[in-house]
Design a protein around this ligand. Structure first.
Ligand SMILES: *[C@@H]1O[C@H](CO)[C@@H](O)[C@H](O)[C@H]1NC(C)=O
Length: 139
């Protein structure tokens, strides 16, 4: 391709992506955070993973947080982080970031409070969007 043609193609690409407003979100990172709000003296054990990344096992004291960030795959909306959380003999899995679900939901800041009810996704204006319940049975 000639230099001029390359330039033209790039210009058209930029024009299209910018006009759709889709280039900027592509460049921004998504942040996911889990916070232990289970009460004084509680220790929450978390283990989050995606297909490609294992974020390791972490023990969060009361009010402790664990946060990570990543660039979602913009063209194939399939980024998924799932977590196992354990507390007082209870254990459960939940999706802490599901690009298909969360891209237009929590967006770039997906903050979870792990409460006595279960992990709850925070609304940006305060309050909870929804909670997944802890299982009734202990393991
Ligand atoms: C939580 O962890 C701290 C530090 O390891 C420990 O001192 C405390 O006893 C733990 N609390 C419970 C309820 O297991």
């Amino acid at each position: 391709m000639s230099f001029l043609l390359k330039k033209l193609v790039l210009l058209i690409f930029l024009q299209v992506t910018l006009s759709q407003g889709s280039l900027l979100p592509m460049l921004r990172k998504t942040h996911v955070r889990l916070t232990n709000l289970l009460g004084e003296g509680s220790n929450l054990t978390i283990h989050c993973k995606s297909k490609d990344d294992d974020l390791g096992v972490h023990v969060l004291p009361f009010k402790g947080s664990f946060e990570w960030s990543f660039k979602p795959n913009f063209f194939v909306k399939n980024t998924l982080f799932f977590c196992n959380i354990q507390w007082q003999g209870k254990s459960m899995y939940f999706n802490s970031y599901d690009e298909e679900r969360d891209l237009d939901g929590c967006g770039k800041y997906c903050y979870w409070d792990v409460t006595l009810k279960g992990p709850c996704l925070l609304k940006h204006e305060g309050g909870y969007d929804f909670c997944s319940d802890w299982p009734n049975k202990k393991v």
